[in-house]
Design a protein around this ligand. Sequence first.
Ligand code: PAF
Length: 281
Amino acid sequence: MELLRTASELHRFLAGARARGAVAFVPTMGYLHEGHVSLMREGKRRAATCVVSVFVNPTQFGPSEDLSRYPRDLVRDTAACEAAGVDALFLPEPGELYPPGAQSWVEVTEVSQGLCGERRPGHFRGVATVVAKLFALVRPDVALFGEKDWQQLQVIRALNRDLLFGIEVVGCPTVREADGLAMSSRNAYLSAEERQRALAINRGLGEAERLLAGGTRDATALCGAVREQLRAADIREDYVEVADGATLRPLSQVAAGQQARLLVAGFLGRTRLIDNAALQG
Ligand code: PAF
């Protein structure tokens, strides 16, 4: 596996790689877990070459968020990429992606609204900007993202379409621990007791899915099932919402045949976790 730190090293690597076939790309902020590894494996399945980036992007963190304490372990990340058969790991310094004087931003105006976009102002502007920069540098044939960050996935689909990148953007299913907790780098912040309480999020999603299967289509009732679990586990709700899976516009009912999504964000102490589930109408 090649370790690449600059855009010119990346370009040199890609010139050779493209001659061998398609290039898959998995952008990450590091502290890799099985969820990331599943994206790398899917990348390897779909393309001759898989490139992973690790870059903790400062512009997607708000002033009171966890940029300085975001977990980092480059030695472990390098080993995980190597074990997954990744061909190149791109490790840019901030100056490589944000040159001095940088003043250009990518804003995805509709799907960035509401949910995490509303609670974390500027977050998706930071995500869209860095992903557009990385897409421009890597120019992959296919890029892979986890469905756990459902709204982020819709933002990236929109920017790929609107800015004419022509990349195949693939969403991969959320990878869960054996007890159902969605894998996330931020799980590292949880104490043993908080981690146990965090299971209520997936339990709530499961309750709502069962209600829908039993014929309950009302969004207030479906969200209520999640809220009950959050309350019982003393998780502070950030949001619980039923939305259209593609546009993310809020729904009051899940109509027959509709591809809806139930999205949750909650705080355990200072740690904010998100999760979601498909609601197939
Ligand atoms: O999902 C993440 O890890 C980040 O938001 C991403 C897509 C790598 C952009 O920094």
